[in-house]
Structures are given as C-alpha cells and as structure tokens.
Ligand binder design. Structure first.
Ligand SMILES: *Cc1c(COP(=O)(O)O)cnc(C)c1O
Length: 382
C-alpha cells in the first residue's frame, strides 16, 4: 500500500506517537492545522478567516487558531462559551447558525457577540429584540448539487425574500452588514463560487437601489480536504475565486469573510483503528467483510451514503482485493463502504491497523456517547 497524503516526516511522527496506544483514536497534528491556516491567509490575503469550529472544536485547535489571529464562526452558544473560556474576545466571533433560540441570541448578545447570520423573518425579529443594533449577514439559498456534503435546502432563502428581509432588518434597527452563502461542504467544483458570487453581486446592487449599502460578502466554507477523490490545491481555488470576485464586483469588491471548517482541519487528523474481524458470507464469496473498531457511530458518520470517502491505509503490502468495510456495532447501518470498492491487501489480518486519513473534521463530534457501550472517540493532539 502507498500513502501519499502525508510527508514521510509527518507519517513517521504520527506512527511513533500512535503505535503504543490502544485503538480507536484520532490524532490531530497541530502543525498541519497551522500550515493550513497560513495557507488560507496567504491564498486569501484580503479575507477575514472565521474558523467554523463545529468541524473540530478541540481546545488545542481553538487555542492554536486564537494565537494565529483567526476569527471564529459558532453554531451555538455552547461553542461560544468554549471560545470565551479560552479568552477569545467576543468581537472575534460570528454566530453563523440561522436556526437559534431567541433566548440564546440574547445570551450571545449579553456576552458581547454583535455579528449574526439570518435567513428568516422570525429570526430577524428575534435578533432585533434580543441583539439590538447588531450587524447581520443574510444567507442565500444554494443548490450545492456538486458538493459531497451539500448543506443545501435547509439554509438560506430565495433572493426576492432576502431583499425584503434586509429592508425589514434595517427598519427594525439592525445593521445589514452583507450577504452570505455556503456552496456546500467538500465542494470540488470551483465554479460553484462563480454562480454564488454573481448572485450576491446582484443582491448588493438591488439593495443599493433601495438605499441600503451592504459592506461585506461572507463566502462560507466548502473548501475541500484531500480524500479518495483528489481535489485542486487551495491556491487554485483562491486564484479562481479571486478572479470571480473581480469579474462580478469590478473595483468595488466588498470586505470578504471566509468560514473554512473542513478545509482547515480535515487533513490534520488521522484516525487509527484495528481490524476486529474478517469474514466471508459464503465459501465462494469474492468479497471480504472487514470489520474495524471504528464505524459510523464512533467517528465515521460522514460515510453516510458513502458521501465522504476517506483514504483507508494499512502498512500491510502485497496483492489486494475487494473489501466491504464495516464498523463494530450491532447495527446494520454501521457499514462504511459497500458500493465503492475499497481494495485492501489479501494478507490483512485481525489485529492489523487501518488508518483513516484526512479525518480531522466532523469525526470526533459525531461520535456517539455510549452506543453499544462503546466510548466516544478519543482524541490526541500532537
Ligand atoms: C459548517 C459551516 C461552515 C464550514 O463548512 P466547511 O465545508 O466545513 O468548510 C461554514 N459556515 C457555516 C455557516 C457552516 O454552517
């Protein structure tokens, strides 16, 4: 087997650290998070980078990004509290979830948050009451059909409604700050940003006619991590997206916000698991079922519908064959990959390790508390 996802140095460091520890566990390599953040900053020098902390809210990750000067996007007041406990100033925080209780809006406001995202009239009325005078982003509905984890339909609203919401917010004393969108997580099609930026520009102009000047464009997340399907490097995304901004906004490019989650921490994590059992369903079965001590319920939730295809790597060598990869629980949903044929060495044995690469995002937090009695996924920071 061959692993070209990490440099020999990174891989050796990971193996040395992990070989004595009992599986399953995730190792987050903080140097890679740092490199990725620097890469975002260098690729988008004009943007404010808000880390979407739901991707990996580990304190070590948050403290590192705090020290590097990042801003943060939170989905709940609980995430806000984590940041405040780490001495992150609330003026570095945006409350980006459009679905929130009025009570929690009030609490966030009391704690100092003044930047929110919305997409509905009720939420705007709650914001005007509980967070008076705050700056607000308005989220556009996106189709996101070319992304691997779409986040579509549930968020955003149609342009016509959005313009009415902007006016309403202004009437209620809020400060319409800008337009936001999310092109879908793990968006491999860069032109998705082209369409979204064009739509946003149209809304900026529309509001200008209504005498409301919007200042900022929040381009959300969607930047990919390297999985089985290789993606373009971030620099290519940046080059194209910067070009679209110029194309649509000309000399009048607004303040730009980005909210990367997966693209910032995905590649920094490696999940170590062990083969629990290898079985065939009949004597003549051509496929092996390989059961590992991680599955959908303790870290690999994003394998639902085989959406995210993590590289699965073993240090065993030699001829390979088709496998079905499944988790350890007594739940028949706990199968990671059956349609997409992973290839693993025929020499693979019970007790061998399988490493799931690029698992730094959306793994630990999706891990169940006690399903089948298994504990939540352990995390180490290296
Ligand atoms: C989840 C989320 C993000 C992060 O998305 P990624 O695809 O992981 O980069 C950014 N912004 C908002 C509002 C989100 O909900």
């Amino acid at each position: 087997m061959y692993n070209d996802y990490y440099s020999p140095d990174e891989w050796e460091k990971f193996i040395r650290f992990s070989e004595t520890k009992e599986t399953p566990f995730l190792v987050v390599m903080l140097d890679i998070v740092r490199q990725k953040f620097e890469e975002f900053r260098a690729s988008f020098p004009y943007a404010k980078i808000y880390y979407a902390i739901k991707a990996n809210p580990g304190n070590e990750v948050l403290a590192l990004l705090r020290d590097l000067g990042a801003y943060f996007d939170v989905a709940s007041i609980y995430e806000l509290d984590k940041l405040l406990a780490l001495d992150v100033s609330p003026d570095r925080v945006s409350f980006g979830n459009t679905i929130k209780k009025a009570k929690h809006i009030g609490e966030a406001y009391d704690k100092g948050v003044r930047l929110f995202t919305t997409d509905s009239e009720m939420d705007i009325r709650a914001l005007a009451k509980e967070a008076p005078g705050s700056r607000v982003f308005f989220r556009i509905l996106m189709e996101a059909i070319t992304s691997d984890w779409p986040l579509s339909r549930k968020f955003g609203c149609q342009p016509r409604m959005l313009t009415e919401l902007v006016s309403l917010a202004a009437d209620l004393g809020l400060e319409p700050h800008g337009i936001s969108f999310h092109v879908g997580s793990q968006q491999r099609e860069i032109s998705a940003w082209d369409a979204a930026i064009a739509k946003a520009n149209y809304l900026f102009e529309w509001m200008e006619e209504e005498h409301i000047h919007l200042k900022a464009l929040n381009m959300g997340g969607g930047f990919p991590a390297n999985y089985m399907n290789k993606t373009n490097p971030l620099s290519v995304y940046a080059e194209e997206i910067s070009r679209y901004l110029g194309l649509h906004f000309g000399d009048d490019v607004p303040e730009i916000y980005l909210e990367p989650g997966r693209g910032l921490v995905g590649e920094a994590g490696i999940l170590a698991s062990e083969v629990v059992l290898i079985a065939k369903k009949s004597k003549t079965d051509l496929k092996r079922w390989v059961y590992t001590d991680v599955g959908k319920f303790n870290g690999l939730m994003e394998t639902i519908d085989e959406s995210i295809k993590y590289p699965a790597y073993t240090e065993k060598n030699g001829e390979t064959g088709d496998v079905i990869l499944a988790g350890p629980t007594c739940d028949s949903q706990d199968i990671m990959y059956e349609e997409f044929k992973y290839q693993l060495p025929l020499s693979l044995e019970v007790g061998d390790r399988i490493y799931w690469l690029s698992t730094g995002a959306y793994t630990t937090t999706y891990s169940a508390i006690e399903f089948n009695g298994f504990p939540p996924l352990k995390t180490y920071y290296l």
